[in-house]
Each structure stands twice: as C-alpha cells, then as structure tokens.
Design a protein. Structure first.
Length: 79
C-alpha cells in the first residue's frame, strides 16, 4: 500500500524483495521509481545494477537526473 501511495522507502524495500525472489527486472523498475523520488539507497542499487549489466548507461543517467531533481526540489526555499 505504501509503495503504491508513493513512499520511496517502501518502493525501495519492494525492489529489494523482488530482487531476492528472482524478479530482477521488476526490482530495477521499482528502484528507478524510488530513485526518481529521491531515495539514495535505490540509487546505490541502480549503480550496482549498471555495473552488473542489468540496466543501460542511458537508464542510469536518466535515474540520476531525476534523483537530483527530486533532491533539489526538497531543498528549494518554496518547500
């Protein structure tokens, strides 16, 4: 429920459990979503996935840009 509701840590935990259960593609997708919401742990997992050849350089770059945008948005003075 929390992952569906947009909670980044719950999404990261879901990605971890998907990976443990052998559903790596689903785990990577959940990690990308969590990273775009600003979750640092998911970003570390995506770096590992890139080194393992599970995601492309373009996918990693897009996730890094989205992560940085989310982090910048939480630090904005309007928040």
């Amino acid at each position: 429920q929390a992952a569906i509701g947009g909670h980044p840590l719950a999404r990261c935990n879901l990605a971890y459990h998907e990976g443990i259960n052998g559903r790596h593609e689903r785990g990577v997708r959940h990690s990308i979503i969590a990273a775009t919401q600003g979750n640092d742990q998911s970003l570390k997992f995506l770096m590992h996935a890139f080194r393992s050849g599970m995601i492309s350089k373009e996918e990693l770059a897009a996730a890094l840009r989205a992560h940085q945008a989310a982090v910048d948005a939480t630090k904005s003075p309007q928040r």
